[in-house]
Design a protein around this ligand. Sequence first.
Ligand code: NDP
Ligand code: MG
Length: 377
Amino acid sequence: MKRIAVLGSTGSIGRQALEIVEKYPDRFKISALVAGSNAELLEKQINKFRPEIAGLYDAGKIASIKEIPQGTTLYTGENCTLHALENCDLALIAISGFAGLKPTLYAVKNGIDVALANKEALVAGGELVIAAAEEKGVNIIPVDSEHSAIFQCLGFDRKKKFKKLIITASGGAFRGRGREEIEKLKASDALKHPNWDMGRKITVDCATLMNKGLEVIEACRLFGVGLDKVKAILHPESVIHSMVEFDDGAIIAQMGYPSMKVPISLAFTYPERIDVGVQGLDLAGKSLNFGEIDRETFPCFSLALKAYEMGGIYPCVLSAANEEAVSLYLQDKIGFYGISDAVEYAVNKFGKAEADEKTLYAVDFEARRLIRERFDI
Ligand code: NDP
Ligand code: MG
């Protein structure tokens, strides 16, 4: 029986993870559930899965939780994510944003294997996370679909030798449109992703192509290579989730119906594969297309790569400024290109510094403050 702590259980990834657990009660036990502020759903989940530990980040919402089982201890506030890691075999980090870094580092430092959906943790603090994982011999299992695809193409061996990683990008909701048109579109338009049903922040990141930039950084960190070994290409159908090229020129691709249940379940059971109700693909009559990313129309992609090249705290600045700007865009307080402007502005405001843990928390805080100040909010 694998004991799994689900951090971010009320989100898109978290809910799908719980559906998998529900289907295989003899294989998995939920040791902990953590949410941000959705107390109503968390309460339902607690009563269904009866974990030993539950966490609600937003202490102000605690009154909405009326009844939980006797065997469950409920924590609130930031440290609930750390309490949730007691006594588990695997931590699924499905919290969105920088808030995922603290529990990820804590899990790794305490020798707990991590199924990592949260990419911001690896972007902002990847050097720390990977170094701690090496030191402790902890597995970091990618849940992001592209990185899971690469992990599968490498035969579930993150250290296997390869020539190049080819990461596919759907292009997001605004693919193929020009700058002038995009400028007029609202967050509600960006939220209409053509192929995937995900949380709001990542769906906007897909529309700006920041998501692809973050994923290139994530790949560099996870698979221990530089930017020269990672290529992102446009693939509108989202049938191929990513590919690996080897020294002999062979390219292995992972394909399938776009469902996050595949990477989530694999993170729980690999190398074994289980049926999680995902349909197969009939490729007859279908065509697969590939193209270059339009870096002019979607400047966030290049900004991400540049921040990674600059190193140190810059990926953290990029990710924090982006998170804050996306939140403002979602509230219709800034436009689409306000996001890339904000990110560029923030990156230019910081001097070079090493990315130690304390510095990262301070940098995240300051980058967000700068963005709110810039837009006078
Ligand atoms: P959602 O916004 O749907 O869910 C986020 C979850 O995190 C919710 O349960 C939320 O709680 C919780 N949460 C937010 N802030 C905190 C906090 N400070 N403390 C504790 N819990 C918190 O996001 P997704 O599920 O879409 O994405 C999660 C992560 O996975 C992201 O980093 C994303 O980039 C990555 N990812 C997602 C994919 C997807 O298909 N969705 C694909 C690949 C990667 P509440 O509901 O109460 O707000
Ligand atoms: Mg992805």
